[in-house]
Write a new protein. Structure first.
Length: 114
């Protein structure tokens, strides 16, 4: 809940700063467009592009912060069996390690040989 309140405060603060900047007057009573000379023609579009880029970055960061990244991570497949290892070889290894007893080994071996 605090994240949403903070995000709302940031957005409202940016909107308030934008309204304040638009209300400024240049000396002599001219608006910002007419009293700035030729520099307004060059820096105006650059600043507009920079501000739009900044706004997009802020929105993307806020969405990631509020909702997480949205990535579950890569799906990892189990490692493939080594080539040349048959089910009977695996059964022999399990018997050698003591995971199964002699009766179970014999039963499974008969099943595999059929």
């Amino acid at each position: 809940m605090k994240k949403i309140q903070l995000a709302t405060s940031v957005v409202l603060g940016l909107l308030g700063a934008s309204a304040f900047a638009q209300g400024q007057q240049m000396p002599g009573g001219y608006g910002p467009m007419w009293g700035g000379g030729w520099s307004g023609w060059f820096f105006g579009p650059l600043m507009m592009i920079a501000m739009v880029g900044f706004a997009v970055v802020v929105v993307v960061l806020m969405v990631r912060w509020l909702g997480g990244t949205g990535h579950a991570g890569p799906v990892v497949a189990p490692p493939p069996a080594p080539p040349g290892k048959t089910p009977l070889d695996i059964l022999k290894e399990r018997f050698a390690r003591g995971e199964i007893d002699e009766e179970e080994y014999a039963r499974r071996r008969r099943t595999l040989e059929d």
